[in-house]
Design a protein around this ligand. Structure first.
Ligand SMILES: [Zn+2]
Length: 593
């Protein structure tokens, strides 16, 4: 545990939740939105290239002002969610976002209409900076509805379909769980019980799993109601918006194509045996005939409980990044020196970890709950990767080119984890230490590439089920989940019956209007493995390509980003490269035994 508090300094944004500059910023952002509406409503459809350039620049000015407010309110709320003043400010910012979202809904509609009537506009040299952004708007345009319909959707969803999502998270955060921790009976919150799923003691893991998923399963019909409503709503919305499949909206937002993603999942399915061979090796290392579901991401019984101070984690991550190239660690160093990281665990702090980019200050903010485990050090390396990506992109791009699709946004973060892996393996003093690192890496990659693929199949099965006219009650949904899960795990894992409810706790299944959240993680894991392999082969020659890719932000499509590395993700066997790296880690683990 760290003895000193590691909290972030948000004063670059505002000094406190009562800073009078917040009201000023809100007034300025509102004035910019009003001025934008006054200048451009009804006029965008008549703009020439120069006129459109001016319009996009104005939009960026408004957004630059507005994101300060949104960022500060969400960061201060995430740090302490239980304070009335952070809740109030966050609520105020959210309401303002909805109001301005409705006010400016005309902008994308008119922009789309303009591009439809004059597709050549995208090629104009004046608009060169915005070429990819305009292509994305154009691709999404045919799925937009009228301005009033779009406004109605925003209004009705706020207290309609969005409420199912709130219900799911409220359930998780208001229940208590009885767990036997190392022989002692305890009553725990969801966050606390969840933290025991990777406890070193196997009986504790079993108790935590059975308690959490047993309770979730008892209320299974409630979760089924929520998920059924959200999926059926999406089927209706998809029809209205003329999407060819429930996944198309997600493909558009990721700036990618169905065949790329289908090839990816086919490759994962064909190589499920590779993951299973790891799970079988892990069972051997744990002295078990077969892994239980509570062992999949558990630490090895032999693994030394290595603890790290935040200072040690900072040192490891900075050195790992510097080894690629000294300049590549600039962002990491700046994040620590500017105190843009909130790492100390506290009551009322948001669970998990995230990195938020900050365009006007050019250094992102990271939140995590650092408890000193090796896995926490990896989380820091991951989030610093996001900050590094932001660092390069925000210095090279204007604001509208920082809308980085999820399949690309994980590039530097996953690479950061691999850089840390290399350093830790090199500096490990014993085979047991090496084994601990390798298992952690394989556990994480196994989840990201293989288990997450099962989640995609699960979602696809739900929509196929609705299409066939089936009613998605709790048991039906569970059977879709266990079928998808078993396609990956086969005979390599045995499951507690309670685990049929595993789907109920994943928040992203309940995100209305944002379906198929999962596959970008599979894409990113496999894509970054290919980059990593190239880095190992080319060394320093690889570095300028990486910087170019990160600096591109969203000004290039993901396919163009892969071209920088001479990689082609649309070739069906492309994803095998990633599998090879996964296999190499398994071989290395085998060698430590
Ligand atoms: Zn990430």
């Amino acid at each position: 545990m760290t003895t000193t508090q590691v909290t972030w300094d948000l004063t670059e944004l505002f000094s406190s939740t009562t800073d009078p500059k917040i009201n000023q910023a809100i007034a300025q952002a509102t004035a910019l939105a009003d001025a934008f509406e006054k200048t451009y409503r009804g006029k965008i459809i008549h703009l020439n290239a120069d006129g459109l350039l001016a319009c996009l620049t104005e939009m960026e000015k408004f957004e630059a002002k507005f994101i300060d407010i949104l960022l500060y309110s969400s960061l201060s709320f995430s740090a302490v969610m239980i304070l009335p003043q952070t809740q109030a400010l966050n609520d105020r910012a959210n309401k303002l976002q909805v109001a301005i979202g409705k006010q400016l809904a005309f902008y994308r509609l008119e922009l789309g209409t303009l591009l439809q009537s004059n597709p050549k506009l995208v090629e104009e040299s004046a608009l060169h900076n915005y070429q990819n952004m305009l292509k994305r708007v154009y691709r999404g345009f045919r799925h937009q509805l009228s301005e009033v319909e779009e406004q109605l959707i925003i209004e009705k969803d706020q207290f309609g379909i969005d409420a199912w999502q709130e219900l799911q998270s409220k359930w998780l955060n208001t229940r208590i769980f009885d767990v036997t921790v190392a022989g002692e009976k305890k009553t725990l919150s969801y966050g606390e019980a969840n933290g025991l799923l990777t406890h070193p003691d196997r009986a504790t893991r079993e108790s935590a799993n059975k308690s959490i998923y047993g309770s979730l399963g008892k209320d299974g019909e409630i979760f089924a109601s929520a998920l059924r409503s959200i999926c059926n709503d999406w089927v209706n919305v998809s029809k209205r918006r003329k999407y060819s499949s429930p996944m198309e909206a997600s493909l558009i937002s990721n700036d990618t194509e169905q065949n790329v993603i289908d090839n990816l999942h086919r490759t994962i399915e064909k190589n499920a045996n590779v993951y299973r061979s790891y799970l079988k090796l892990k069972a051997k290392l744990m002295g078990l005939p077969v892994l239980g579901n509570h062992d999949i991401t558990a630490p090895l019984p032999s693994s030394s409980e290595q603890k790290f101070t935040f200072q040690q984690a900072q040192d490891l991550v900075t050195r790992a990044y510097s080894r690629l190239d000294p300049q590549y660690a600039f962002a990491a160093k700046e994040m620590f020196s500017k105190r843009h990281i909130d790492a100390t665990p506290r009551f009322g702090k948001r669970n998990g970890a995230f990195c938020s980019s900050y365009y006007n200050g050019r250094s992102a903010y990271i939140l995590q709950s650092f408890n000193g485990s090796l896995s926490d050090v990896f989380t820091l390396a991951h989030e610093i990767g996001h900050a590094t990506h932001d660092w390069y992109a925000s210095r090279s791009q204007t604001l509208l080119n920082l809308n980085i699709p999820a399949i690309v946004a994980e590039t530097a973060s996953i690479l950061g984890e691999l850089l840390l892996t290399d350093l830790l393996l090199e500096e490990a003093k014993t085979e047991a230490e090496r084994r601990t690192v390798l298992c952690l890496v394989l556990d994480e990659a196994g989840m990201a590439a293989f288990q997450v693929t099962a989640r995609v199949w699960f979602e696809q099965a739900l929509y196929a089920s609705i299409q066939k006219g089936e009613f998605l009650d709790y048991n039906t949904i569970c059977s879709h989940w266990t079928a998808a899960r078993d396609r990956i795990y086969g005979d390599a894992v045995t499951w507690f019956p309670e685990m049929e409810a595993e789907w109920t706790m994943k928040p992203h299944y309940y995100m209305p209007n944002y379906r198929f959240y999962n596959y970008p993680y599979v894409y990113a894991q496999m894509f970054v493995y290919s980059l990593y392999d190239q880095y190992l082969q080319e060394g320093k020659k690889f570095v300028p390509k990486l910087k170019k890719a990160l600096s591109a932000g969203s000004s290039l499509a993901p396919s163009e980003i892969s071209n920088i590395f001479n990689l082609n993700t649309s070739v069906s066997n492309f994803w095998n490269k990633g599998i090879k790296i996964f296999e190499r880690f398994i071989d290395n683990l085998q060698k430590t035994t």
